[in-house]
Design a protein around this ligand. Structure first.
Ligand code: ASP
Length: 283
C-alpha cells in the first residue's frame, strides 16, 4: 500500500462528546490545508489546535474551566521529531496559549510557567484576552457551591466531573517530520497553580523520528506513566500507530478516562476508553 504524504489526527478531549466532532474535523482539515501549502507538521498542529482553542465548547483557550479561586490558568505545548519543543503552564489572559508555546519553542527555553509565561506573552505582542464563557461560569458557581457547603456530590470524583475536554493534534508532513500539540484549561475541580500532563514533554505530548503522540485524560494518572513517551517507545519497538494507542489505553482502569492519538509514517490512529471525538485525515 502507498504510504501517505501528509497525515493529521485531532482529538477533542477524553471527556468530550461526539457533538463537537464538527470542530475536531475542522481542526484536522485546517492542519491538512497547512501541509498541502508546504507548511511544516509543527505549523499544522499549531493551527489545528488554534481552531479548537477558539471554539468555546472545549476546555482550552476560550472556554477553559476555572480553578477553585475563580481564576483561569491554561497549559499548552508542542514538539516535533527534530526535538524542538515549547510549552506554557498556568498562563493567564491570552487567546491562544498554543501560539505562546510556539514562541517559547523559538526561544532558548522549553517551558515557561505562571506570571513569567504571561509576561513573556505580553512581550511577544499577545494582548489581553478573557477566556471566560457562560458555561465555565456556570460550572464555577456549581463547584464553589459544593465547596461552601462542604458536601461534594457523589459523582464529583467521577471522571464526568473533571471537564476533560482538552484538545490535541498530531501530524506528519511531506518531509516525514512528525509533530504533536496539546492545549487545556486543566481539570476542574483544581487548585490554582495545578499543572497537569499537557505542558510536560513526555507526559502530554512526545515526538521523535518514529512518530508523534498526544494524550488527554486525568493529568495526574498520565504523568505517573510518562504516557506519551511510553506510547512512543512502542512505535520504536515496531508497533503500529493503532497498537501503540490501544496499549496506552490498556494501562488504565476503565474508570480513569483516557484518550490517545498517534501518527507514524504509515498511518494515524486514535483510541480512548470514553468515546472521545477523533478525526484522522491522510493523503
Ligand atoms: N490532561 C488534562 C489535564 O489533566 C485534562 C484533559 O486531558 O482534558 O490537565
Amino acid at each position: 500500500m502507498k504510504k501517505p504524504k501528509w497525515i493529521v489526527v485531532t482529538h477533542g478531549g477524553a471527556g468530550s462528546s461526539k457533538k463537537v466532532l464538527d470542530a475536531v474535523t475542522l481542526a484536522a482539515r485546517t492542519g491538512m490545508r497547512m501541509l498541502r501549502k508546504k507548511n511544516s507538521a509543527l505549523d499544522a498542529v499549531e493551527e489545528a489546535v488554534v481552531v479548537m482553542e477558539d471554539d468555546p465548547r472545549f476546555n482550552a483557550g476560550t472556554g477553559s474551566v476555572f480553578r477553585i479561586d475563580g481564576t483561569i490558568e491554561m497549559d499548552a505545548s508542542l514538539m516535533d521529531s527534530e526535538f524542538h519543543c515549547g510549552a506554557v503552564a498556568t498562563i493567564k489572559g491570552v487567546r491562544n496559549p498554543i501560539r505562546v508555546a510556539r514562541k517559547v519553542l523559538e526561544s532558548p527555553h522549553i517551558l515557561l510557567a505562571g506570571s513569567g509565561a504571561t509576561e513573556f506573552a505580553r512581550r511577544m505582542g499577545f494582548t489581553y484576552h478573557s477566556p471566560v464563557t457562560r458555561r465555565a461560569l456556570r460550572r464555577l458557581s456549581r463547584v464553589q457551591g459544593w465547596l461552601r457547603s462542604g458536601r461534594l456530590p457523589k459523582y464529583a470524583h467521577k471522571w464526568k466531573s473533571y471537564s476533560l475536554d482538552t484538545v490535541g493534534a498530531v501530524a506528519m508532513d511531506s518531509r516525514g517530520i512528525f509533530a504533536t500539540s496539546s492545549s487545556t484549561g486543566g481539570t476542574s475541580i483544581a487548585l490554582p497553580g495545578r499543572v497537569g500532563d499537557t505542558p510536560l514533554i513526555g507526559c502530554g505530548i512526545y515526538a521523535g523520528p518514529c512518530g508523534a503522540v498526544s494524550v488527554t485524560g486525568v493529568g495526574e494518572a498520565i504523568i505517573r506513566q510518562v504516557l506519551s513517551k511510553s506510547v512512543y517507545d512502542k512505535l520504536v519497538a515496531g508497533r503500529s500507530a493503532s497498537e501503540a494507542c490501544k496499549w496506552g489505553i490498556s494501562l488504565y482502569d476503565p474508570s480513569i478516562p483516557m484518550g490517545i492519538i498517534v501518527v507514524n509514517a504509515d498511518s494515524g490512529a486514535g483510541a480512548s476508553n470514553t468515546g472521545m471525538p477523533v478525526c484522522i485525515l491522510a493523503r
